[in-house]
Structures are given as C-alpha cells and as structure tokens.
Design a protein. Structure first.
Length: 143
C-alpha cells in the first residue's frame, strides 16, 4: 500500500512540476528574467495587450520556390505580418532576410509554417528550395 501511495504522490508531483512556468532570460536588459506561462504539456499561453488594436490588410501569394535563389517578398517598410507556409510533401524551403538565401539559412520543412507577427523584417525576403520546383508555397503579408 505504501508503494502504491508513493507512486501516486510521485506521479502527481511530476504533473505539477510540468505545469509550472518556465523561466527564460529577457534579452532587452541583461539580468532581467521573464516568467512564461505554460500548461502541463508545455503549450505557451499568450494574451494580447489590454486595449491593443490593429488594422492590417493581408495579401496572399503562391510563389514557386526553385533550387535557385529568388525573392519571396520585396522590401516593404509597412509590413506588420508575414506567414510562409510550405505545403509540399517533401521539399524544404530555406528563407533569408535582406540577402540571398542558401541552404544554411532558416529552414521550413515540408508541412511547416513560419509566422512573423511581432518583430517583422521589412527588407527583402528571399528563398531557395531543396527541389527543382515547389509550387506548394503560401505567403501572406500584412501591412
């Protein structure tokens, strides 16, 4: 009976430990710590700032990414949001900001999406793919 109760207590403690907030170092000021709220499975909780409102007009395009570097989005100083979704079954897309993309840059694997909605680059966004032609790309830009 003691082993059974100890097992239940340990399992309960493990679940409670997982539900605790993670602590990360803030980058804005050295030594400043920020508490990030997560649930028991590690999902992040976020909430918009009180009274925050924003109007954004969205434009969707479907560029074909090839195995040669190309522009996904031209520079846009009004850009507030970018989403790049790789809907291909196998092709990988590599993204770079402000210069030519190579396979050493940010990788978007097949089926994944990159969303930039907080710190959004306003320069040219370029891409190169791992396959000759990937027409299964969806790009959304908000301004």
């Amino acid at each position: 009976m003691k082993k059974f109760l100890v097992g239940i207590l340990l399992a309960t403690f493990a679940v409670l430990a997982q539900a605790q907030s993670a602590i990360i170092r803030g980058e804005s000021s050295p030594g400043v710590y920020v508490t990030i709220k997560t649930d028991a499975t590690g999902n992040l909780y976020v909430a918009p700032a009180s009274g925050a409102t924003s109007t954004v007009a969205y434009t969707q395009t479907t560029p074909t990414i090839t195995n040669s570097n190309g522009t996904v989005l031209a520079a846009n100083t009004s850009r507030k949001y970018v989403s790049i979704q790789n809907n291909d079954a196998a092709g990988i897309v590599y993204i770079n900001f402000g210069a030519a993309a190579t396979t050493a840059h940010f990788k978007i694997i097949a089926g994944a999406t990159l969303i930039l909605d907080n710190f959004v680059p306003n320069g040219t966004i370029t891409a190169i793919g791992s396959i000759a032609s990937n027409a299964n790309i969806s790009v959304v830009e908000g301004q």
